[in-house]
Design a protein around this ligand. Structure first.
Ligand SMILES: Cc1cc2nc3c(=O)[nH]c(=O)nc-3n(C[C@H](O)[C@H](O)[C@H](O)COP(=O)(O)OP(=O)(O)OC[C@H]3O[C@@H](n4cnc5c(N)ncnc54)[C@H](O)[C@@H]3O)c2cc1C
Length: 479
């Protein structure tokens, strides 16, 4: 089949999948008005593959298959490959006005995590299965997302703990037979799932022996029998109060996916009770996906610097010392993120033949982005001023007897049209009064998970540094 076009991707979604949205069963996500912007956002990846401007970045030639495939499905072999992938993530997110299309990137992070896990296990059967599945994705160019986060129930209890209110808070194997396995449970917050072709399902935590039934990983079609999605509306929308904007509106929704005794054939099962390796799989997925997450936050951070610079100028305060200070803060935020992302790729390490970004730097990058995010939002809102929430709406602006007064009294710096200033307020409202803060905090895992990884990965550095001071203090001799 080869690389899908945007239209082929959209057509592929009319497959009988079960989707509920705002109390309604959706017949075809590709054509339903609530999902059109989301589907168009996801289609960006496919369009890039056919656009001469982006093709070199989005597509690579696969020697084994003798055909062009998405760059995402090619295994990264060195730092250069990681940087190229980062460039692709950044470019597609720029086209998505801050939204990564999500059709291949997160799936690729899972593929690589499964390959690493299968190789560490030394299990040839699993190695063959994931390689075959990867080949299938390369050939069919399916949009595949990652269902990792279980609904979890009581967070302090293990999946199989009898204290949990029921045994299905984590996706689990309820039956094994000659053809495959049957699974039950639910995964929460799954981005882009409503309009993906397939999902990867992998554990979200380390497991113990008593959790063996929960140590399960597989790939499944979105329309498989027993799968139901409940999609939460994403509220970062444009509104009728805003000035009309011809630029396409981009967005991605998230789903609660329910697996009600879903059959998965063996060739799509990548972990089945090997509880010791659940941690390996989720650890490597988190590492790879945090790198992806940091890369797509670069365009978002550029938007914040742009909004801070623009509104300071439109308000006429760009030369005030405290304003320069605040804008400098946003520059530091952006440039630190960029530098950490690049450094993580340059300082890559090889695991099972796959180049993975430096774990400590990647986790610091994600932590930096999430930890400072609210501060950056605060700066932009501070520089905007109160009209951000109290200005007359575009609907009032359209009333002939009001327009002149709105232009007169809502102006800022002389020479800047009032409409320019009001449009920037619309954008800042959309970007800072939204759910993005929660996404920044929890997307790719909570901050605590990054801190835990940084600490665990930095142990060697800690020992090295302790040795330095032991020598300096005369406790030890120089090696
Ligand atoms: C917009 C959005 C998109 C997302 N997209 C995806 C996706 O595509 N795929 C996917 O798989 N996931 C996705 N996620 C899920 C994301 O990875 C999780 O939100 C994140 O891992 C936190 O899990 P949680 O939401 O269940 O919060 P919780 O785990 O309940 O965390 C809440 C708080 O409790 C703390 N906590 C939790 N457990 C413990 C414990 N045992 N001991 C001590 N403290 C604890 C945490 O540190 C945190 O402070 C998305 C999330 C968001 C918000």
């Amino acid at each position: 089949m080869g690389l899908m076009t945007g239209q082929q991707f959209k057509d592929s979604l009319n497959d009988g999948r079960v989707i509920y949205y705002k109390g309604e069963r959706i017949d075809n996500v590709a054509t339903h008005p609530a999902f059109v912007n989301c589907v168009n956002t996801m289609a960006l990846d496919f369009e890039m593959g056919h656009d001469p401007k982006y093709k070199d970045l989005a597509v690579v030639f696969d020697e084994e298959l003798g055909e062009e495939i998405s760059r995402y499905f090619a295994i990264p072999k060195n730092g250069e490959d990681l940087l190229k992938m980062q460039e692709l993530i950044i470019k597609s997110t720029e086209l998505g006005d801050g939204y990564i299309p999500f059709s291949h990137d997160i799936g690729a992070d899972v593929i690589n995590a499964i390959i690493i896990t299968a190789n560490i296990m030394g299990d040839q059967d699993y190695i063959d299965r994931i390689n075959n599945y990867n080949k299938y994705l390369k050939k069919t160019d399916k949009a595949v997302v990652a269902a990792v986060t279980d609904v979890k129930g009581d967070r302090m209890l293990r999946p199989g703990d009898p204290g949990q209110a029921h045994p299905d808070y984590y996706v689990r194997i309820v039956e094994k037979n000659e053809q495959g396995i049957i699974v039950r449970g639910a995964k929460a917050h799954i981005s882009g799932a409503a309009y993906a072709n397939e999902f990867f399902v992998i554990p979200c935590r380390a497991m113990s022996e008593s959790d063996a039934d929960y140590a399960v990983a597989f790939a499944i079609q979105a329309n498989a029998k027993g799968i139901k999605q409940i999609v939460r509306p994403f509220v970062q929308g444009r509104s009728a109060n805003d000035f009309p904007n011809e630029r396409p509106h981009r967005m991605i929704t998230d789903s609660l996916i329910i697996f009600d005794d879903v059959f998965v054939p063996w060739e799509r099962v990548f972990l089945c009770g090997e509880w010791k390796y659940a941690a390996t799989m989720v650890y490597n997925f988190a590492l790879l996906h945090r790198r992806t997450g940091c890369a797509y936050r670069i365009p978002l951070s550029e938007q914040f610097l742009g909004m801070a610079t623009a509104i300071a100028e439109y308000n006429g305060v760009e030369n005030a010392p405290h304003v320069k200070d605040k804008i400098t803060e946003v520059v530091i935020y952006l440039e630190t993120l960029k530098a950490l992302c690049n450094a993580a790729c340059f300082d890559y390490k090889m695991i099972a033949g796959i180049a993975v970004p430096n774990p400590v730097i990647t986790n610091i990058a994600k932590y930096h982005f999430a930890h400072q995010y609210h501060e950056i939002v605060r700066i932009v809102q501070d520089l905007a001023g109160g009209l951000l929430v109290t200005r007359p709406s575009y609907l009032d602006y359209c009333v002939p007897e009001l327009q002149e007064e709105i232009i007169k009294y809502c102006g800022g710096k002389a020479g800047i049209p009032t409409e320019t200033r009001l449009r920037m307020f619309d954008l800042i409202r959309r970007m800072t009064h939204s759910e993005l803060e929660t996404i920044a905090l929890h997307g790719e895992g909570s901050q605590e998970s990054q801190r835990m990884t940084i600490y665990a990965e930095a142990k060697k550095t800690m020992r090295y540094c302790k040795n330095i001071v032991d020598v300096m203090a005369g406790i030890k001799k120089q090696d």
